[in-house]
Design a protein around this ligand. Sequence first.
Ligand SMILES: [Fe+2]
Length: 72
Amino acid sequence: MTRDVGIIISAQKVEHYEIAAYGGLVQLAHTMGLEDVAGILHETLEEEKQADVLLTEIAEHNINWEAEHEEM
Ligand SMILES: [Fe+2]
C-alpha cells in the first residue's frame, strides 16, 4: 500500500503537469483566435482535472488509510 501511495502521487504529478500545459495551450489558442482548437484543448484540460480528482479520491478514501495501517 505504501508503494501504491507513491504511484498515486507520481501519477498526480503527471496530471498536474498536463493541467498546466493544457491550461497554457487553451489560453494561447484563444489569443490566436483559434476558438475551435481552444475548445478541443479545453475538453482535454477538463479530462486531466477529472483524472486528478479521481486519484485524490482513491488516495483519500482508500490507499492512504490502508498504507497508514500497514505493518512494517
Ligand atoms: Fe492525464
